[in-house]
Design a protein around this ligand. Structure first.
Ligand code: KG4
Ligand code: ZN
Length: 349
């Protein structure tokens, strides 16, 4: 089975082709990505209408590129998958529209995929794929969640942020430091030259006893430091960036270890854009090594949004029999869509 996947939920257009022939974990044949970062940079964040228009421009050339790289033809595609949600409504509609049009033209079924399920399963495309069951730490621009994953489509929410997401904390703090969009990678680069212990920043809910997160207070603390430093900010910027990154990583690692302990599971998967963060990876590696727990990451290039994870998630859902692809081209999108509600949905719905 060959699945074409299309991702267009935010500011990246991604297209990919996976193949399930002769393998238990789908194999990535080709993927192509166009990031809109440069276009949104002038505005300091994603402009939804511009995002939708750019997805329209990019998606077909990217699909052609992927088919050429995989030496495949449109006719060989068995299923067309797209990101159904969550994300920006207009942006999602582009991927859904193109996927349904392609499916209808080819007479092939289509399948709408949950964006976070794509992130969560993306480590299966790495050279060191996980095995079920595992704990998943999902850390993206819009979500911060700990899930127990017992199999494809079997997700239990253990804890989540009660306000800002981890990626949002990176992005908002970066903005306060005068770093560009997207803030996470910029703040993380600057942090490498700073002292993570230079500023005492709050680690919200660190000892709350549950698995929830809160990051809104952190940006307020960063703002207070920025005001306090005034003109001295310039020479202390790297220290403040490093201290912010350390505060976020500390909380994520501590809660992840608590989730492992409570569940008794021996494996954790980290997914979503913040999963690319070096400090988070280093601290989690060390904590997991101490406990004798395995940790899995997606390939660095597949940490942030991409089409490969969407094609993969569709193929894995079909392989596991938790969903059927149907020739229903009445595309709908779900801009708000909790991941744990997936488990409650009937196959084929
Ligand atoms: O998963 P993703 O690409 O998009 C969403 O689904 O949200 O995640 C984007 C988020 C942004 O907040 C970005 O700043 C953050 O991931 N991010 C990072 C790094 N790379 C991306 N945060 C910290 N360190 C990084 N290296
Ligand atoms: Zn994402």
């Amino acid at each position: 089975m060959i699945v074409l996947g299309i991702e267009s939920s935010c500011d990246e257009t991604g297209v990919a082709l996976v193949d399930t022939a002769g393998v238990t974990v789908p194999r990535l044949r080709a993927h192509a990505l166009h990031s809109q970062i440069e276009m949104h940079q002038a505005y300091g964040g994603v402009v939804p209408e511009l995002a939708s228009r750019d997805h329209i421009r990019r998606v077909l050339p990217l699909a052609e590129q992927v088919l050429a790289e995989a030496s495949a033809t449109l006719r060989e595609i068995d299923v067309v998958a797209y990101t159904r949600g969550p994300g920006l409504a207009g942006a999602l509609l582009v991927g859904a529209g193109v996927a349904c049009a392609l499916g209808a033209a080819l007479g092939k079924p289509v399948l709408g995929v949950h964006h976070l399920e794509g992130h969560l399963l993306s480590p299966f495309l790495s050279s060191d794929p996980p095995e079920f069951p595992f704990i998943a730490l999902l850390v993206s621009g819009g979500h911060t969640q700990l899930m127990q994953v017992d199999g494809v489509g079997r997700y239990t929410l253990l804890g989540e942020t009660i306000d800002d997401a981890a990626g949002e904390a990176f992005d908002k703090s970066a903005k306060l430091l005068g770093l560009g969009y997207p803030g996470g990678p910029a703040l993380s680069r600057l942090a490498q030259q700073g002292d993570p212990a230079a500023f005492k920043l709050p680690r919200p809910l660190l000892h709350s006893g549950d698995l929830d997160f809160s990051f809104a207070g952190l940006k307020t603390a960063v703002l207070t430091q920025v005001h306090k430093l005034g003109p001295a900010l310039e020479e202390r910027k790297a220290d403040l960036a490093a201290s912010t990154e350390a505060a976020i990583a500390d909380v994520l690692v501590k809660k992840s270890m608590a989730a492992l302990e409570r569940s008794g599971l021996q494996r954790i998967v980290v997914a979503g854009g913040v999963g690319a963060n070096r400090r988070l990876r280093a601290q989690l590696d060390a904590a997991c090594a101490r406990r004798g727990v395995r940790v899995h990451y997606p390939e660095l290039s597949l940490c942030t949004d991409n089409g490969a994870m969407i094609a993969l998630a569709a193929a894995m859902r079909l392989q596991a029999g938790v969903q059927q692809a149907v020739p229903n081209y009445a595309f709908d999108v779900k801009p708000r869509w909790p991941l744990e509600s997936l488990a409650a949905e009937r196959p084929g719905s």
